[in-house]
Design a binder for this molecule. Structure first.
Ligand SMILES: CC(C)[C@H](C(=O)O)[C@@H](O)C(=O)O
Ligand code: SF4
Length: 419
């Protein structure tokens, strides 16, 4: 009996010949990542509750300030100071203002075949590179940072076979929201969502990240894809630390708890309605709904490909009078690329507000918070009640194209009408 891709990676990380779903393993963690959402909690425990104050591998420990960047209050400024002092003291890597943690990790650190513990739920994004990213709480993060290991039960895997091609105006974001809409927000609880099939070969790095990033929103332990030439090219072109990676593949006879198949030709632009990500309907069912703010950004949808699509729609047009459009590149690298391509000019001339790279409106605690009864159309990851404003506010989730097209119209519309 063979192994799934996730089992292969955990096998390697735990120095086993074979692992099977349900088995509990202690595994070596290749990278530890923490952000300003919770790192002060970890630092407090480290300084005050443990005896042997050792960081297992400072070089592989990365702290990133992105959720409240720049700080919006004395409280968050103090969190950044705690992070700055701690990372200086222990020679840990620290990024401040460079962008969203997961984007920074993918641009600069994560390698295929590795295990990464991140104190953030969307650590599952690293599956795009064929790495096993797990979101952990502050205590588990502390354990991994100090010991270089973590323990986990090997999850069962769901094979998600993708074939066909996305039509014009339909994006990876629509595909993943459609999958979550079908299986439900608990549909993959503690499972690995392993994406495969001929369609995956045609995916860009951005598509790969979009799919793996939202795996947690179906309850998955992580999302995974076999690394391929696209990954290899991405690493070669973007990474100063490029080295030959560990390109693990699932065995033909790996055991899956479920198999799902999707034909990409059948996917249409969709929207997740408030307040649950699995309340997914075709955009056409939301046509005409007024909204007050649009947001393009986040670790899910703030990369250059998304800004290009937004710019192609907004070029020469104006954001509707009663809509605020906030666009936040996912990293400085993305921002600089957008500047170089003239996208920032186009978006700005159309009336969008361009923010510094950070979690921005996705997180709803730093910038672009919405008011009582206001409606947000967002490319963020979550639409929980109160995520981006008071309990009376509403968040709809869609692709960047849908946000851009709707921002011009002043009400939700299908991006295929303008593309
Ligand atoms: C702050 C952090 C712990 C949180 C997460 O884990 O996902 C945040 O990034 C989010 O998207 O809600
Ligand atoms: S962009 Fe949103 S989902 Fe991603 S880490 Fe930041 S707050 Fe979390």
């Amino acid at each position: 009996m063979g192994m799934t891709l996730g089992e292969k990676i955990l096998c390697r990380a735990s120095n086993n010949q074979k692992v099977t779903a349900g088995q509990i393993v202690t595994a070596n963690v290749d990278l530890c990542m923490s952000n300003d959402g919770t790192s002060h909690i970890t630092i407090n425990m480290f300084e005050n509750q443990i005896k042997h104050k050792v960081i297992h591998n400072p070089d592989n420990t990365i702290f990133i300030a992105d959720h409240f960047m720049p700080s919006d209050s004395v409280e968050t400024a103090n969190i950044h100071k705690i992070m700055r002092d701690f990372t200086n003291k222990y020679q840990i890597k620290f990024h401040e203002g460079d962008g969203v943690c997961h984007q920074i990790m993918i641009e600069s650190y994560v390698q295929p075949g590795t295990l990464v513990a991140g104190a953030d739920s969307h650590t599952c994004s690293y599956g795009a590179l064929g790495a096993f990213g797990i979101g952990v709480g502050s205590t588990d993060f502390l354990y991994a940072m100090v010991t270089g290991t973590t323990w986990l039960m090997v999850p069962e895997s769901i094979k998600i076979k993708l074939k066909g091609n996305l039509k014009k105006g339909v994006f990876a974001r629509d595909l993943m929201l459609s999958i979550i809409g079908e299986i439900g927000a608990n549909g993959a609880n503690y499972k690995i969502m392993e994406f495969s099939g001929e369609a995956v070969d045609n995916f860009s790095m951005n598509d790969r990240i979009v799919l793996c990033n939202l795996a947690i929103e179906a309850g998955a332990k992580t999302g995974l894809m076999e690394p391929n030439q696209v990954v290899e090219d991405y690493l070669k072109n973007n990474r100063t630390d490029y080295r030959e990676g560990v390109y693990l593949k699932a065995d033909e006879d790996g055991v899956y708890c479920k198999e799902l198949s999707y034909n990409l030709d059948e996917i249409v632009p969709v929207i997740a309605r408030p307040h649950c990500i699995d309340d997914v309907v075709p955009v056409s069912e939301c046509e005409g709904i007024k909204f007050h703010q649009g947001f393009i950004g986040s670790c899910s949808n703030g990369r250059i490909e998304e800004l290009r699509v937004a710019a192609s729609i907004l070029k020469g047009k104006k954001v509707a009078k009663d809509v605020r459009l906030i666009i936040t590149p996912a990293s400085n690298k993305v921002y600089l690329q957008a500047l170089k391509e003239g996208l920032i000019n186009i978006l700005s001339e159309a009336g969008a507000m361009i923010m510094n790279p950070n979690c921005s409106v996705c997180w709803g605690s730093c910038q672009g918070v919405i008011g009582e009864n206001e409606v947000l159309l967002s490319t963020g990851t979550r639409n929980f009640k109160g995520r981006c404003g008071p309990a009376s506010s509403k968040v709809y989730l869609s692709s960047a194209a849908t946000v851009a097209a709707s921002a011009i119209r002043g009400e939700i519309c299908d991006p295929r009408e303008v593309l």
